[in-house]
Design a protein around this ligand. Structure first.
Ligand SMILES: *[C@@H]1O[C@H](CO)[C@@H](O)[C@H](O)[C@H]1NC(C)=O
Ligand SMILES: *[C@@H]1O[C@H](CO)[C@@H](O)[C@H](O)[C@H]1NC(C)=O
Ligand SMILES: *[C@@H]1O[C@H](CO)[C@@H](O)[C@H](O)[C@H]1NC(C)=O
Ligand SMILES: *[C@@H]1O[C@H](CO)[C@@H](O)[C@H](O)[C@H]1NC(C)=O
Ligand SMILES: *[C@@H]1O[C@H](CO)[C@@H](O)[C@H](O)[C@H]1NC(C)=O
Ligand SMILES: *[C@@H]1O[C@H](CO)[C@@H](O)[C@H](O)[C@H]1NC(C)=O
Length: 435
């Protein structure tokens, strides 16, 4: 008994230590956010850092994951419990297209049954309605998002929206139709309309809505507009303008190329070129912040995963990664032309209790955050997904009720998946931020 009490005390101490000072700030009216040089500032002029995890809502059913396992209120409660001050909410443009088309498929019933089939869909729908009795079969997707947005606001969690895909399914694969402007599903006008709609809707209905990411993980595509920085410039700045008109207070996140693994041409002020032999041949642009009405709303985002299972020492890891865009955070680098805040808007790895220590990734990421004081958004909270379809695999994989081994929560969304992993990554990432 003594031993177990001692263990309980130790646990309590470590949990209390891990749950940081963000809590005190949560309720404060810190919005809108803006940028100044390399920093994001809150409404009082204090430096603000996102410490978030992703809560995906962009797959086939097009509502945030996990609602068959837990109530919205209980899922949201994990954010302050884990010490996170914000959330990244990935959504699909298809949801907004259906809204404008007044499609009958927008109800929870149709959304779930169309995705999971009659038999499994009926079961999952019943589970969702039993865990979240405020909903009915005729509740629409957008009404579910509103319930999520309002509960996040009620519990003081800052909301970042992320346009993850156009067509709603797992992101991202080469040539999956969602990757580049003009690709099979990526209709540029629908995308801009969807961004403006969601921004305005969130601003008007979710009090802690703060920011939006224009597009997740842009990547090369064989059948699309030319894949070059000039095309990036044209569409991303037009989209940012639409977002800024929808909510002049929102921060706007710009992602880079190749699955958002680099964005250095922007802080370095490079000429953004078109592509020889295509419709953008000979065309150039420059991304000059003072050209834009949203000059003090621009944030860069970058992703970092550990696909190469890195064993680099952290000095090497940081030096290589710095070159991908962190010049934007370093006023003393002579190569830096424009300063912007950076957000690591996706990072993560399997929470199986050992991986955090199998490569140097987790440790070096913490050092990167300590050194550059850079906001981050972990992938992800989900213990499981309603379903996942990954087109382009052979055969195309569609798995219902897929377990998400990278998730902070377990399969049932009712407990932490791997305490030792949190102690050695998420909690240290929180502690690495000085404000
Ligand atoms: C509704 O979904 C069904 C099944 O996916 C599809 O066949 C139908 O075309 C959709 N209807 C509309 C109006 O989008
Ligand atoms: C329906 O659910 C069962 C049990 O979860 C699963 O084994 C089965 O694969 C699902 N059906 C489809 C079509 O995915
Ligand atoms: C665009 O072309 C110019 C001239 O070749 C080059 O200096 C610059 O680095 C290119 N921009 C990018 C982003 O590669
Ligand atoms: C965790 O995952 C890694 C990478 O897949 C694997 O090498 C390791 O054996 C796993 N650990 C456990 C305890 O399963
Ligand atoms: C794993 O943990 C041990 C003990 O703390 C440490 O010596 C080692 O450097 C770690 N390995 C990695 C790859 O971080
Ligand atoms: C598999 O995915 C590809 C790429 O999206 C798609 O064109 C094809 O129709 C899919 N095949 C099946 C059997 O669903």
């Amino acid at each position: 008994m003594l031993l177990s009490k001692l263990v309980a005390v130790i646990l309590l101490v470590s949990v209390t230590e891990a749950i940081p000072r963000f809590l005190a700030k949560r309720a404060a009216p810190i919005l809108p956010l803006s940028t100044k040089g390399r920093d994001i500032l809150d409404a009082h002029g204090n430096v603000f850092h996102y410490a978030s995890t992703n809560w995906p809502g962009h797959q086939e059913i097009m509502v945030p994951e996990g609602l068959q396992h837990s109530s919205i209120e209980d899922i949201v409660a994990w954010f302050p419990k884990l010490g996170l001050n914000s959330v990244r909410l990935p959504f699909a443009i298809e949801m907004v297209d259906d809204y404008f088309a007044n499609s009958p498929n927008q109800t929870l019933e149709k959304s779930v049954l169309n995705a999971l089939g009659q038999s499994n869909g009926t079961k999952v729908l019943d589970q969702i309605l039993s865990k979240n009795p405020q909903f009915s079969k005729t509740t629409t997707r957008l009404q579910v998002w509103d319930a999520v947005g309002k509960e996040l606001s009620k519990q003081g969690v800052i909301i970042h929206l992320d346009n993850h895909v156009s067509k709603a399914f797992w992101c991202c694969g080469d040539d999956d139709g969602n990757g580049w402007f003009g690709e099979k599903y990526f209709h540029v006008e629908n995308w801009k309309r969807g961004l403006a709609f969601m921004t305005k809707h969130a601003k008007e209905n979710w009090p802690t809505f703060a920011s939006i990411g224009l597009r997740n993980e842009l990547r090369a595509a064989k059948v699309a507009e030319p894949v070059d920085w000039y095309t990036w410039y044209i569409h991303m700045t037009a989209a940012a303008k639409a977002v800024h008109e929808a909510d002049p207070g929102a921060l706007i996140f710009f992602s880079g190329l190749s699955y958002d693994t680099y964005i250095d041409p922007i802080p370095l002020g490079k000429t953004l070129n078109g592509t020889t032999g295509t419709s953008t041949a000979g065309k150039t642009a420059k991304f000059i912040p003072s050209d834009f009405a949203f000059e003090d709303k621009i944030v860069l985002e970058i992703h970092k995963y550990d696909f190469e299972a890195t064993q680099d020492n952290c000095a090497t890891f940081k030096r290589k990664w710095y070159q991908k865009g962190f010049q934007s955070m370093n006023p003393s680098d002579p190569a830096t032309k424009y300063l912007f805040p950076m957000v690591i808007s996706e990072w993560g790895f399997i929470h199986n209790g050992t991986y955090w220590n199998q490569t140097t990734y987790a440790k070096c990421l913490i050092e990167m955050v300590e050194e550059y004081q850079v906001s981050w958004q972990h992938w992800d909270i989900s213990g499981s997904f309603y379903l996942q379809t990954r087109p382009g695999r052979k055969p195309n994989e569609t798995i219902q009720g897929l377990e998400e081994f990278w998730g902070l929560l377990d399969y049932q969304w009712d407990d932490i998946r791997s305490p030792v992993t949190l102690e050695n990554s998420l909690y240290k990432m929180i502690a690495a931020l000085k404000s």
